[in-house]
Design a protein around this ligand. Structure first.
Ligand SMILES: O=P(O)(O)O[C@H]1O[C@H](CO)[C@@H](O)[C@H]1O
Ligand SMILES: O=c1cc[nH]c(=O)[nH]1
Length: 236
């Protein structure tokens, strides 16, 4: 057990899928995994371990925002020895070409700040996805025939943005979407020598104002879950 995760040693798999929403973790575990066991309930941040095509997988909520993700990712990596961490999140679309329910596979994540800012000081570190996960996720998205995009996203510290000037610059520089966790996940993965990726589904759009209801964010993003699983366990 750790401060924030009640699982016993051995109850967390080496591969962990990380939705922000703990109820999405519960939905995805019950829908896609077999032999599912709930391994964490501390603070309502649900985690489940099961198997997918014979491979052990944990699906665990990360909460919203990089400080929360950082707590869970640190404990999963340092205390439970997680080796592959894939965020399965919702995001806001930032380009006209990006539509509601499209999948975004995040190559890199820009930020204003992260919990690691204190370490990097004046350095603008470029957080990036693990290439092997990225490559297999793209192949999976392609073979599933979903509408997907690969490129840079923005990991924001705020959901309610007060800096439209920055949003404009982000859009102008091709940023595909905005969410709130991937950059710190990529940084922690680099620090501890593990693999990370973020596969996102567009739940709303900054330019059109469209938005999916919260029930859809919780339970309707199956393609991104299967893309994440296929990325972690590519069939050879
Ligand atoms: O749907 P999740 O995975 O929580 O991701 C997005 O949704 C939350 C904001 O509503 C933030 O956590 C953001 O990153
Ligand atoms: O962080 C997020 C997630 C979804 N949509 C947004 O606009 N921001």
């Amino acid at each position: 057990m750790t401060v924030h995760i009640g699982a016993e040693q051995g109850q967390i798999a080496e591969t962990v899928l990380l939705p922000g929403d703990p109820y999405r973790a519960e939905w995805a575990a019950n829908k896609f995994l077999s032999d599912v066991v709930c391994v964490n309930k501390v603070r309502g941040m649900l985690g489940f371990t099961g198997t997918w095509r014979g491979n052990r997988v944990t699906i665990h909520g990360s909460g919203m925002g990089m400080p929360s993700l950082s707590i869970y990712a640190n404990e999963l990596i340092r205390d439970y020895r997680a080796k592959t961490l894939i965020r399965i999140g919702s995001c806001g679309g930032m380009q006209d070409s990006v539509k509601l329910r499209d999948v975004i596979i995040a190559m890199t994540a820009s930020t204003v700040s992260t919990p690691s800012r204190g370490i990097f000081k004046e350095l603008n570190y470029a957080p990036c996805a693990d290439y092997s996960l990225l490559e297999t996720a793209v192949a999976s998205a392609k073979s599933r025939g979903v509408s997907y995009h690969v490129g840079g996203i923005y990991s924001s510290d705020v959901f309610y943005d007060e800096r439209p000037d920055l949003t404009n610059e982000m859009e102008r520089h091709g940023t595909l979407g905005v969410e709130m966790e991937a950059a710190e996940l990529y940084i922690l993965a680099a620090r501890y020598g593990v693999r990370a990726l973020a596969v996102l589904t567009v739940s709303d759009h900054l330019k059109t104002g469209e938005a999916l209801p919260s029930a859809d964010r919780e339970t309707s993003f199956g393609d991104m879950v299967e893309i994440a699983l296929e990325a972690a366990f590519p069939s050879t």
